[in-house]
Write a protein that binds this ligand. Structure first.
Ligand code: INS
Length: 661
């Protein structure tokens, strides 16, 4: 049907009857020698099942999606093809569109490189150019690279209802994280004298609040390793048990210390959930939506905080309302536990434990239209990958992993970024508002302080939703660099307004020198809302994408470090904020946070590369010899352009028939 003459390397390739360029084999097999003419006998031949094997047995190709490209004058049929290498060489998946009408979209595939014949002017300008002599060449990621744990076919992968259910159930941990950190703001206001028959002091409030962060800090240190040993699902179910015990201790407490102990136990659950839930989602999500599915966890989180505030406001004046508020968290915990009784763990975990049948079953249910052969191949890749974790036994492995995390430069940079972002997220003060906004708004003269807190956490939720849409399209770096300066300005405005309100502390009582609620009070509220918006848009959301920074063999421990940094920051803020207000005044406190936000913006400007749209291996490449901001931006831009090109292809309606000779 199509010609079979060999085209020059930069021309449009001729294609065979299956839409495969005839020079495909040539390109794959001639990576190391530039013999331009030896392909003529090597035109790929398809077997009956639409797969082919090259004569050298170096690669295998499968037709995954037939398509028709139509334009005004012409109609062209072709096939999207998945290519994978056999033996021990890395395999990769890509498309091979074929159409003379579409020459801008034709990709030539080589063993480890892809040459794009596009009029692309945004060249990848990496410093690592040793193996990229041609600006137009980019390294293509091997499919058995670690994070393809979640991937079979790199595009056009339908979301199965099974993946949606798994994401939904796993992200209940995000909800619990949010709810349990959110309800404390209103509970602190409504507890009154229910504990030990006396008002809580600022110090008491800090301890009750910080106990959860402390518990979360402790459990997050071990959660990554525990998830590898026991599994993700058992860890989440264990966190459910912690939630239940912690909740019961709290709702039955009549003493301050019992309440603090309940919060601590609940914190163990929060810490485990905060780490495992995004990890679980990233391991079951199709690659193309993995970033967004991770943000879904953040949406549940901020949604949980919002609901906690809403319930808090509703129960504000109900006798013992705070006990109901705390008790409500039993519902999602129990639901999650029961759901998980019927749901599996991630395929990657099963492969780690040698449970290949279970892994296959999960993959089959996750990727409904995928052939058994591809599933087998995926399992094979995961097994290969599994071997890459060094060490004879678990203890040696853990130690080697820690060493690897610190000694491999790209890992160390990933660690600096992941922990840096989590620290910034906490030390710029957002959670002081989360935990104490009720107290703050009460201080500046609002009687229904919980209602104002709802507006603040509602803003947090809405802007997390905006981040959901922006994080891949606009990019992580851009939203961070919009968010942090915005936060700096808002915090500075609050610092100024607090100065004019003139709050003085007299023991535990805050005295407003200019007579309570004033227009400066409104300025504070407005800028706290603006602060919430800028926070949620960037630094509230981006750090939870932490797993993309690490290669698979150090991901568990790397994300444990980062999550522990988050909780350490949360702990410091929760346990010092009210004391800071007293000792360095609200103006000093907010000015301090403004200063940290400013420094954080500088850190992100110099150290946070743009990672949206990048292959995970490319993230490692970017971080190999520096933070390579410029190269990352250029590459991200290029990748997005390619993604649009793929989308263009998919716009053409697919035919169901494969064209036969
Ligand atoms: O990403 C979340 C979110 O921003 C929450 O609002 C905050 O309370 C958490 O500490 C943070 O990790």
């Amino acid at each position: 049907m199509h010609g079979s003459d060999m085209s020059g390397a930069d021309d449009i390739p001729d294609t065979n009857d299956h839409g495969i360029p005839n020079d495909l084999n040539y390109n794959i097999n001639n990576n190391n020698n530039n013999n331009d003419n030896n392909n003529s006998n090597n035109i790929p031949q398809f077997r009956d099942d639409n797969s082919l094997i090259s004569s050298e047995n170096q690669f295998e190709a499968h037709i995954t999606k037939p398509y028709t490209i139509k334009n005004k004058n012409n109609q062209k049929n072709g096939n999207l093809v998945e290519i994978s290498t056999l033996s021990n060489t890395p395999s990769f998946t890509d498309i091979t569109p074929s159409s003379e009408n579409n020459n801008k979209k034709i990709e030539k595939i080589q063993y480890d490189e892809m040459k794009l014949n596009s009029n692309d002017d945004d060249e990848y300008d990496s410093k690592n150019t040793n193996d990229r002599t041609d600006n137009d060449r980019i390294i293509i990621k091997p499919v058995n690279d670690e994070d393809d744990t979640s991937v079979i076919i790199t595009f056009n992968q339908k979301m199965s209802p099974f993946i949606i259910i798994l994401t939904f159930v796993a992200s209940l941990s995000g909800f619990l994280f949010g709810y349990d950190t959110g309800y404390i703001s209103s509970a602190l206001v409504s507890i009154n004298k229910d504990l030990d028959h006396k008002e809580l002091t600022y110090g008491d409030k800090e301890i009750i609040t910080a106990a959860t962060s402390l518990g979360a800090l402790i459990s997050s240190i071990f959660a990554g390793t525990a998830a590898d040993i026991f599994g993700r699902k058992p860890c989440i179910m264990f966190s459910n048990i912690m939630f239940v015990i912690g909740t019961i201790i709290q709702i039955s407490s009549h003493t301050f210390w019992q309440m603090a102990a309940g919060r601590l136990v609940m914190g163990f659950g929060v810490g485990i959930g905060s780490l495992i839930s995004p990890l679980f989602i990233s391991e079951i999500a199709p690659k193309m939506v993995r970033g967004r599915l991770t943000v879904i966890n953040s949406l549940w989180l901020t949604g949980g905080q919002l609901i906690a505030y809403g319930c808090g406001a509703g129960l504000n004046h109900v006798h013992n309302g705070w006990r109901i508020l705390v008790g409500l968290s039993l519902i999602p915990t129990c639901l999650q536990f029961v759901f998980f009784l019927f749901l599996p763990d991630t395929p990657r975990y099963y492969v780690m434990k040698g449970k290949y049948d279970e892994a296959k079953e999960v993959l089959r249910r996750s990727y409904v239209d995928t052939t058994d052969e591809i599933i087998e191949q995926k399992i094979h890749e995961l097994r290969e990958l599994n071997k890459s974790i060094p060490g004879k036994n678990k203890a040696v492995q853990v130690w080697n992993t820690i060493k690897e995390l610190h000694t491999v430069p790209s890992n160390l940079r990933a660690l600096v970024i992941a922990c840096g972002l989590q620290a910034i997220q906490q030390f710029t003060g957002w959670n002081s508002l989360m935990y104490f906004s009720g107290t703050i708004f009460e201080t500046v003269g609002f009687s229904n302080s919980s209602a104002v807190s709802i507006i603040v956490s509602g803003t947090n939720f809405i802007f997390t939703l905006i981040a959901f849409f922006a994080i891949d399209k606009i990019g992580r770096r851009v939203i961070l660099l919009i968010g942090l300066p915005g936060m700096t300005v808002s915090l500075a405005m609050c610092a100024i307004a607090f100065h004019f309100i003139g709050i003085k502390f007299n023991g535990n009582d805050a005295v407003v020198s200019n007579g309570g609620f004033s227009s400066w009070g409104i300025v504070i509220i407005v800028f706290i809302i603006v602060f919430a918006a800028f926070y949620a848009l960037g630094i509230g959301t981006v750090p939870w994408q932490q797993s993309e920074l690490f290669p698979q063999n150090v991901r568990g421990i790397g994300t444990s470090y980062a999550t522990a940094t988050n909780w350490a920051g949360s702990l410091v803020i929760a346990s010092t904020f009210l004391t800071m207000l007293q000792n360095i005044t609200p103006t000093g406190t907010f000015a301090f946070f403004a200063g940290l936000s400013f420094l954080s913006a500088i850190f992100c400007y110099f150290c946070y590369p743009e990672l949206s749209g990048l292959e995970l291996e490319e993230v490692q490449t970017i971080l190999t010899d520096g933070f390579n901001i410029k190269a990352s931006k250029a590459l991200a831009k290029k990748r997005k352009k390619q993604a649009r090109m793929v989308q263009e292809h998919l716009k053409y309606e697919p035919t169901q028939e494969i064209i036969e000779e």
